[in-house]
Design a protein around this ligand. Structure first.
Ligand SMILES: C[S@@+](CC[C@H](N)C(=O)[O-])C[C@H]1O[C@@H](n2cnc3c(N)ncnc32)[C@H](O)[C@@H]1O
Length: 221
């Protein structure tokens, strides 16, 4: 056997990358313990989203059960909780999940530390996946979309360019997104070709300049 060790060329695991994002506040929010970024906090971004998603949840006579895939600091999830029959929130960052369990201990919500690309996902009527896929490689997105077919509804939010763009240019999972390559995630397009009954734009917020937009879709399966 060679005396030289083979160089490890595989990308950094997603879990370690996301832990570093929170430890080093790479999405901002230095004054917060954990901060999931402006997209999870800026009123002009989150208010139209909360209004539309709340209205969708309220439109069901029997409240829907929800599974929040990549729940982050739970600033969004905590505001949707009252309109659901049960709420399971998942994130890959263990310390963040421990913090959420303490911070939201009085709320009717279960937190689990899982990797949504690798682990089995809890059952629910509706999956919420908000600004998560945009940070992940195509291999991980493919693994996740296979599991999304088990839900009746998926509410998907992605940060994408404004106007025409080449969808699904592959990236290494981590802090960044496809915007710098003038790309964004489109799970209906190749290589994912996710099959749905219908997909409807719920809301979109233009960020100005070349910063793109944050678009949310209600997908029925
Ligand atoms: C930009 S934050 C969005 C948080 C939240 N969805 C929101 O909109 O406020 C993305 C979150 O996805 C989580 N995440 C990324 N990859 C994941 C994976 N494979 N499994 C579970 N969570 C993941 C990250 O740790 C992070 O908390």
């Amino acid at each position: 056997m060679s005396k030289f060790k083979k160089k490890n060329t595989s990308p950094w695991p997603t879990k370690a990358a996301m832990e570093q994002v929170y430890e080093q506040h790479l999405w901002g929010g230095d004054e917060h313990d954990f901060y999931s970024g402006e997209g999870s906090h800026r009123p002009e971004i989150i208010e139209p989203y909360l209004k539309e998603v709340t209205s969708f949840l309220k439109s069901h006579q029997n409240k829907l059960s929800v599974c929040d895939l990549g729940c982050g600091d739970f600033n969004i999830g905590q505001q949707l909780l009252p309109y659901t029959s049960s709420y399971i929130a998942i994130d890959i960052v263990k310390d963040l999940i421990s913090r959420n369990k303490i911070k939201f201990k009085n709320d009717d919500v279960e937190f689990h530390c899982l990797d949504i690309a690798k682990d089995e996902l809890p059952k629910a009527d509706c999956a919420i996946i908000r600004q998560v896929l945009q940070h992940l490689s195509n291999t991980e997105i493919k693994a996740i979309t296979k599991k999304l077919s088990n839900y009746k509804y998926v509410i998907l939010t992605e940060h994408i360019p404004i106007g025409d763009f080449i969808p699904n240019i592959d990236i290494i999972s981590g802090q960044g997104i496809r915007l710098k390559h003038r790309s964004g995630v489109d799970i209906l397009g190749a290589p994912f070709n996710f099959k749905v009954k219908s997909s409807k734009l719920l809301t979109e917020v233009l960020l100005g300049g070349k910063k793109g937009k944050i678009a949310s879709y209600l997908i029925e399966l």
